[in-house]
Design a protein around this ligand. Structure first.
Ligand SMILES: *[C@@H]1O[C@H](CO)[C@@H](O)[C@H](O)[C@H]1NC(C)=O
Ligand SMILES: *[C@@H]1O[C@H](CO)[C@@H](O)[C@H](O)[C@H]1NC(C)=O
Ligand SMILES: *[C@@H]1O[C@H](CO)[C@@H](O)[C@H](O)[C@H]1NC(C)=O
Ligand SMILES: *[C@@H]1O[C@H](CO)[C@@H](O)[C@H](O)[C@H]1NC(C)=O
Ligand SMILES: *[C@@H]1O[C@H](CO)[C@@H](O)[C@H](O)[C@H]1NC(C)=O
Ligand SMILES: *[C@@H]1O[C@H](CO)[C@@H](O)[C@H](O)[C@H]1NC(C)=O
Ligand SMILES: *[C@@H]1O[C@H](CO)[C@@H](O)[C@H](O)[C@H]1NC(C)=O
Ligand SMILES: *[C@@H]1O[C@H](CO)[C@@H](O)[C@H](O)[C@H]1NC(C)=O
Length: 825
């Protein structure tokens, strides 16, 4: 299987993998009070941009090509309903829409954003023909492939809560959404004869709903059309996009704006106007996979507009209808859109920024990144069919391996209430399924990429003092379960090789696991992740007053060292080229049970050497990254890592080489922290330097402006980088760099402001180095700051200059490491 996949480009390989997993199910062993704001605005004048004034800087189309897989459609923050035009382009359509030339096959209502697996969701697309050839419904095109139509160039418009596109069948579609309901406004020409692709047809619009999904994964289902009201409702059962199992979704579609002419159903290419229902309800007939559904044909619409409202639910068709009726009772498009815009403006208003001097591209990069970080996880509270609970339920933790590093820490600052609800949802999942998820979508567990990264999400929320309704004892139980109780199948939850972890202090390359099965690969990356997760457990144990366990997990968090081979050289060759490399020596390497090191070329799986051989289905010892990369992953004890690598100078030299040599790949989340790790070597200026290399060269406002799958994480990275601090996820630590703005203010949960102000700011970014700092008026020499600043507020003033300075360079100023300043973590 691996050799089959190894030669294929990444995206396609992931898809192929999805198909293999889906078809065989065989395990591969292989994101305030108005009055105080007014007072403040009055104080500082109108230069701060916030709330509705910033919506115009959000461009949801950023990252809709080049593998960004961003969902650019209409939705609310964390909204379940997500409406967009879906394209027929299997390789790129993970989120439905792609900014390319592919045809539009419909408009669907459930999506994920920025994911890397197979196409996700996209269930029950609706499609509108302006009429049928020869006014015969049987001559309209019903299947996904045949009905698909070109878009009209330059008609795509996307902004928070709104998406619209013009199609080559004379229709312009607009959409908006509430929590569980999408609302479409189809605009038709004011003529009795209309051009629809190559045909001229009588203006008698036919609207169909297809039970299919983006990945064509449906099993069975039901659909019915009510000939009197035109209501089309139904359901289907589908595969998740990066996990195992199945999920069922339901919809309820109603229409306004035109009188009903005919109704019916269709199966594949064939339409029928007497059969009003298909499916297993009340019959033995099981709808085959592919396109099938129901349709309503209308008389010419009086105002040349048809509005379609689609309620969604994972519980039942009845609940889908109820959701729609409660959320959008009167089909008012403009008002629904205004409400969505308001919801977004409120969310974004936590951050206020001084825009002066910055060009629009940078402003778009920033605000769009923040926006994307609030698309997922999705709030499915009240829609969980798996168990009854009064706790919140969120889905699309997709994946925590990606989101724990920046997105969840960001939410802890900009939306602590929702982050708290997400933590509660994770704990409710633990309670009912036995394990925290590492990745989860569509009510199913997704594949685990490394360790049990939810542990870090919980520790992060814990050290930042999130409390309301979180049962921290239950949380502790959940992380201990990850650390101590191996699941029989650890492909999608928990950790594998726990007995080896305890006895050898690393995951051996030739591990023998008698407790469970899972992909026995990635021994290096699993080792460093398990070590950091054990560290985050130690921090929770400390806070919960469990000193013995704290000590135990601190001890285990040192295990990363056991895979450090001081003799490993950085030599590699490509084909018959001469051996080449660098003089850096000492990398994390695979190790056998008997203690002997084997070798994996330190650059393997980096952009310059066989990048695409370290996925879920391949046999190597690192996941989606090189030993070069993973050797830096010791966030718990950077001081010790620095000693191991030969001291600060050697470390800085190595980290600089990692950034300048092409080994780093910014399109994946593991590269976020290394951008800021210069702080630990006493060179915080270099972190600022690299931030400015990557923004805007790799993170920018073009449609291709994201270097890899967004995962709602790339957006979080840019948000932090612009604001001038970056979290060490799981720790009460933020690494400081100058904001890319003159000043940024964050509203705190206590009703104050955390203000970071640059002194000597220049918008051409020549002064990017901190010379000195003051916190609330007093000199501040540390290169990092704790969460209290974002909770209670304060004023941090950074004086900037053109050259690096001695600020943040003394040992006492470095961010904490467990071996030197554990009490600060
Ligand atoms: C639309 O744009 C594509 C290129 O993106 C071009 O090939 C095509 O000719 C354009 N269509 C029209 C009608 O201008
Ligand atoms: C559809 O595309 C064709 C060919 O590009 C173009 O001539 C025609 O005007 C387009 N029609 C509509 C309604 O956009
Ligand atoms: C689909 O909906 C029908 C009725 O609307 C219901 O009888 C059927 O059980 C549903 N199917 C599933 C899988 O929930
Ligand atoms: C629709 O299906 C019914 C029942 O199978 C059949 O009698 C009728 O001919 C079909 N109509 C069309 C247009 O195919
Ligand atoms: C939740 O409670 C309702 C009402 O008591 C019941 O019908 C339903 O089966 C329960 N669902 C689950 C998953 O237990
Ligand atoms: C592995 O299995 C043994 C025997 O059933 C059990 O005692 C032990 O606790 C298991 N270890 C883990 C880490 O689950
Ligand atoms: C460990 O096992 C490997 C492979 O069997 C062998 O080559 C090596 O010599 C062994 N090392 C020791 C210390 O026994
Ligand atoms: C924007 O970012 C993309 C993705 O990283 C990159 O390929 C492109 O060159 C960047 N564009 C500009 C103008 O910097």
């Amino acid at each position: 299987m691996a050799p089959l996949l190894a030669g294929v480009p990444r995206v396609r390989r992931m898809l192929l993998l999805g198909v293999l997993l889906a078809t065989s199910c065989i395990l591969l062993t292989l994101k305030s009070p108005a009055s105080s704001r007014k007072v403040f605005t009055a104080l500082v004048g109108a230069r701060f941009n916030t709330g509705e004034g910033v919506l115009k800087y959000v461009n949801p189309l950023i990252g809709t090509v080049n593998g960004g897989h961003v969902f650019p459609g209409a939705t609310l923050p964390y909204g379940m309903a997500k409406a967009v035009a879906d394209v027929n382009n299997w390789g790129e359509t993970a989120a439905g829409f792609v900014s390319d030339d592919s045809k539009i096959a419909g408009f669907s209502h459930l999506h994920d954003s920025g994911t890397g697996g197979s196409p996700s969701l996209g269930n029950f697309p609706i499609f509108l023909h302006p009429g049928c050839p020869e006014d015969d419904f049987q001559q309209c095109q019903y299947t996904r492939a045949s009905r698909a139509v070109d878009r009209v160039n330059d008609t795509t418009e996307a902004r928070p809560g709104y998406f619209s596109i013009g199609l080559n069948n004379s229709i312009r579609a607009e959409m908006t959404a509430t929590k569980h309901t999408t609302l479409y406004r189809f605009n038709l020409p004011a003529a009795s004869q209309v051009q629809s692709k190559e045909d001229v047809v009588l203006n008698r619009p036919l609207l169909l709903v297809d039970l299919s999904d983006l990945a064509n994964s449906r099993y069975g289902g039901n659909v019915q059309v009510d000939p009197e009201t035109g209501r089309i409702s139904g359901n289907g059962t589908f595969n998740p996009s990066f996990g195992r199992g199945k999920y069922t979704a339901h919809f309820c579609a109603d229409f306004r704006g035109a009188a009903i002419w005919k109704t019916g159903t269709f199966l594949d290419v064939k339409a029928n106007d007497t059969v009003k229902a298909l499916g297993d309800v009340g019959s033995d007939f099981r709808i085959p996979s592919g396109s099938a559904g129901a349709w309503v044909q209308f008389d010419r619409a009086a105002k040349n507009r048809i509005t379609a409202r689609v309620g969604l639910s994972f519980i039942s068709v009845d609940q889908a209808c109820r959701n729609a009726e409660e959320e959008i009772p009167f089909f008012e498009f403009d008002r629904t859109l205004k409400d969505a815009e308001k919801a977004w403006a409120e969310k974004l208003s936590v951050i206020e920024v001084d825009h002066s001097g910055l060009d629009v591209d940078l402003l778009q990069t920033f605000w769009s990144g923040l926006y994307r970080a609030l698309l997922s996880p999705q709030d499915y509270t009240g829609e969980n069919y798996l168990w009854n609970s009064t706790e919140p339920y969120f889905d699309s933790f997709y994946c925590i391996w990606d989101s724990f590093r920046a997105q969840h820490p960001l939410l802890s600052i900009v939306d602590p209430q929702e982050q708290t609800r997400m933590v509660r949802a994770l704990l409710d999942i633990y309670k009912h399924e036995g394990y925290l998820p590492d990745c989860r979508m569509s009510f199913t567990p997704g594949y685990t990429q490394g360790g049990s990264n939810a542990d870090v999400v919980l520790a992060d929320a814990f050290v930042k003092g999130l409390k309301e309704g979180i049962d921290w004892d239950l949380a502790y139980e959940a992380v201990i379960t990850d650390a101590e109780v191996e699941p029989k199948d650890w492909t999608s939850v928990g950790r594998g090789g726990i007995e080896s972890w305890k006895s050898y202090g690393y995951i051996p390359q030739d591990d023998e696991d008698n407790n469970g099965t899972g992909p026995m690969t990635r021994s290096i990356s699993r080792t460093v992740e398990y070590a950091y997760e054990d560290f985050s457990i130690a921090l929770m144990a400390r806070g919960l007053g469990k000193p013995i366990e704290e000590k135990k997990y601190l001890e285990r968090s040192r295990n990363w060292k056991n895979l450090f081979n001081p003799e490993q050289e950085d030599q590699y060759r490509i084909n018959d080229d001469p051996v080449t490399g660098s003089s850096f020596k000492g990398f994390l390497q695979p190790r056998l049970r008997n203690g002997t090191f084997t070798s994996q070329t330190p650059r393997l799986c980096s952009p310059i050497y066989e990048q695409h051989v370290c996925y879920f289905d391949t046999q190597y010892e690192t996941y989606e990254g090189s030993p070069w990369l993973y050797t830096f992953y010791v966030p718990q004890d950077m001081a010790s890592l620095i000693t191991t690598l030969g001291g600060k100078e050697a470390f800085i030299e190595r980290l600089s080489y990692f950034h300048s040599s092409g080994i780093i790949y910014m399109g994946n989340e593991q590269s976020f922290l290394p951008t800021f790790q210069f702080h630990y070597g006493g060179r915080p200026g270099l972190s600022s330097y690299w931030v400015h290399q990557y923004i805007p060269d790799q993170f920018n406002a073009s449609v291709n402006g994201i270097p890899g799958n967004d995962d709602c994480a790339m957006g979080a990275f840019t948000t932090f980088a612009f604001m001038g601090f970056f979290p060490v996820a799981g720790q009460n630590v933020y690494l400081l760099t100058p904001p890319l703005f003159r000043e940024v203010r964050l509203k705190t949960p206590t009703g104050n402001y955390a203000i970071i102000r640059n002194i000597g700011f220049d918008a051409r970014y020549e002064n990017i180095y901190v010379q000195s700092a003051r916190l609330n008026g007093k000199p501040y020499t540390k290169s990092w700051i704790a969460h209290d600043f974002f909770y209670n507020g304060g004023l941090l003033e950074l004086t900037l200059g053109k050259e690096e300075s001695t600020w943040g360079t003394r040992d006492d100023d470095l961010p904490p490491s467990m071996s030197t300043s554990y009490q600060d973590m």
